[in-house]
Design a binder for this molecule. Sequence first.
Ligand code: ADP
Ligand code: MG
Length: 224
Amino acid sequence: MALVQIENVSKTYQMGEVPVKALQDVSLSIEEASFVSFVGPSGSGKTTILNLIGCLDKPTAGDVFVAGEHINLLNRKQSAAFRGSALGFIFQSFNLLPVLTAYENIEYPLVMIKNISQSIRSKAVHKVLKAVGIMEQKDKFPDQLSGGQKQRVAVARALVTQPKLVLADEPTANLDKKSAVNVIQLMRAMRDEFGTTFIFSTHDPKIMKEAEVIFTLEDGMLVN
Ligand code: ADP
Ligand code: MG
């Protein structure tokens, strides 16, 4: 089975009386270690599909399988455990904790897992700090870092638990053009180094051309 398998998935949100069809009968699969982008204009369903793959939401119809888990069948607690063990997330607005240093932000997901010793945490954090090229910034706080450096910290934080899959919803939307391309190329290098699958969304043509597989959404429908 593919790492991600989406079968006839629809998602309808209810806005008061009005149903909003955010996704309509989408089927696709994503292989392990691929570098994938969902593209489409604002409102086309990119966030919705990433939330379904990220086990943050459930489809109205259809089935979603991620890393062999039939994720529509998981309850809230099981979903949270699955996210913690198999997935990493990168956000548009970085979502770093301002009171923690770069090092501590990256260490944070490991602190949340019980029974990981300080020395194992330190090894894991140093490995990803080195991989993303921000060793010299490790003791700085987020407000002392540029946007591109913050997103590097966020990439390292997403990778530190060695997830199978990293999801990034418009990770370059708050970056200048050069930093944006740099961050996407860094993500691809991390895929090469660790074999982690990356799925990101964007509506920027310069960014989407860095992807190896592109799924285009229009009005909640897959058009390629
Ligand atoms: P994108 O990320 O491509 O901009 P979204 O997945 O956020 O698109 O949204 C797809 C459609 O679903 C849009 O019409 C949006 O307004 C609607 N939508 C998204 N989330 C909700 C929600 N929680 N409640 C109601 N409608 C929503
Ligand atoms: Mg969105």
